[in-house]
Design a protein around this ligand. Structure first.
Ligand code: CP
Length: 330
């Protein structure tokens, strides 16, 4: 039984075959490869793109989906082993996940980081419990550690513009926000670009380091793929000759809250037109969305010809179609 909750589930060959299938199927007729398949989608947190694109994939492929929003018409779920369940969490994942497995052919799960403990978040407790307890494949729709479908859609968008150029310079640029956001998206862009052999430059203010386990995994991926990973606190230096500017807000290395004052302090990190000037003239701008205009990224960047965020979001559909095909083994 295959799961897809992190990039490591694919390996280098799997990564390339998913990308190849997604790109080959894009623009063609919808294959009816999911007839009679039912996808159970469990959301602990909100979504626009992920929910809509997975539902569209299932419908276009001839299958169907069941959407469960935890705590909204569905019991709140407890995941801690040994918990005394005297809070508002009425059901434990130890029952809920095996039960759901009896109804569907695969379970897709969205669960954000708790934010109180970086080490705990990077152990990915909820997604790990689903993997352990499900008797059907489990797919990540973003977890505390990774957003692997997003990472693959990001790489597909890069490849559509620049092909599979070895050691392509790409910059992951920290962005300010009104609150500390999870690190799953930057983790997945880093891991996927590293696994594809890119020269990945991470730029962030001091105190916003990504987790050591992710940096180590990305370093290993880069080494075997012929790429590299570097870290700087100088955004303009990172952008020199970069083909890709990937902006993303994320919280500090340990949860201490990112106050409005801290945003003001780091407002120079908002991606602006001047940053485009530091990169290559044909550089593309990516962001996973949703994006807070004029906090994370200036209008002038999002409305420029460099911006590919809508193509990037479309590619979620194509990647997830290929992922489900891989999961179900057609
Ligand atoms: N990028 C992304 O996952 O978007 P949603 O949170 O809207 O699903």
């Amino acid at each position: 039984m295959k799961h897809f909750t992190g990039l490591r589930d694919l390996g280098p060959e799997g990564l390339e075959s998913i990308l190849a299938k997604a790109m080959a199927w894009k623009g063609g007729p919808h294959p009816k490869h999911l007839v009679d398949k039912v996808l159970g989608m469990v959301f602990f947190n909100p979504s626009l793109r992920t929910r809509a694109s997975f539902e569209a994939v299932m419908a276009r492929g001839g299958g169907s989906s069941i959407v469960l929003e935890v705590g909204s018409g569905v019991w709140k779920l407890e995941d801690r082993l040994g918990a005394v369940m005297n809070s508002d969490r009425a059901e434990h994942v130890r029952e809920a996940v095996p039960v759901l497995s009896r109804y569907v052919d695969a379970l897709a799960v969205r669960t954000f980081a708790g934010g109180a403990d970086d080490d705990l978040d990077h152990a990915d407790p909820v997604m790990s419990a689903f993997r352990e307890l499900a008797t059907v494949p489990v797919i990540s729709m973003e977890s505390a550690r990774e957003h692997p479908c997003q990472g693959l859609a990001d790489l597909m968008t890069v490849r559509e513009t620049f092909g599979a150029t070895p050691r392509l310079p790409v910059t992951l640029a920290w962005a300010p926000h009104i609150k500390p956001l999870p690190k799953a998206v930057p983790n997945s862009f880093l891991l996927t670009a590293a696994a594809a052999g890119c020269e990945v430059r991470i730029a962030h203010p001091k105190g916003f380091e990504l987790h050591p386990s992710v940096l180590a995994e990305a370093g290993a991926f880069a080494q075997s793929a012929g790429g590299s990973v570097s870290i700087t606190h100088d955004l303009n230096a990172a952008l020199q000759d970069s083909h890709v500017i990937y902006a993303k807000a994320w919280g500090p290395a340990t949860e201490s809250g990112l106050s409005a004052e801290a945003v003001k302090e780091h407002s120079e990190w908002m991606t602006r037109e001047s940053h485009l000037g530091s990169a290559r003239p044909d550089a593309i701008f990516l962001h996973c969305l949703p994006v807070r205009r004029n906090v994370e990224v200036a209008d002038a960047v999002l409305d420029s010809a460099h911006c590919r965020v809508v193509d990037e979001a479309e590619n979620r559909f194509h990647i997830q179609r290929a992922i489900l095909d891989w999961i179900f083994g057609s």
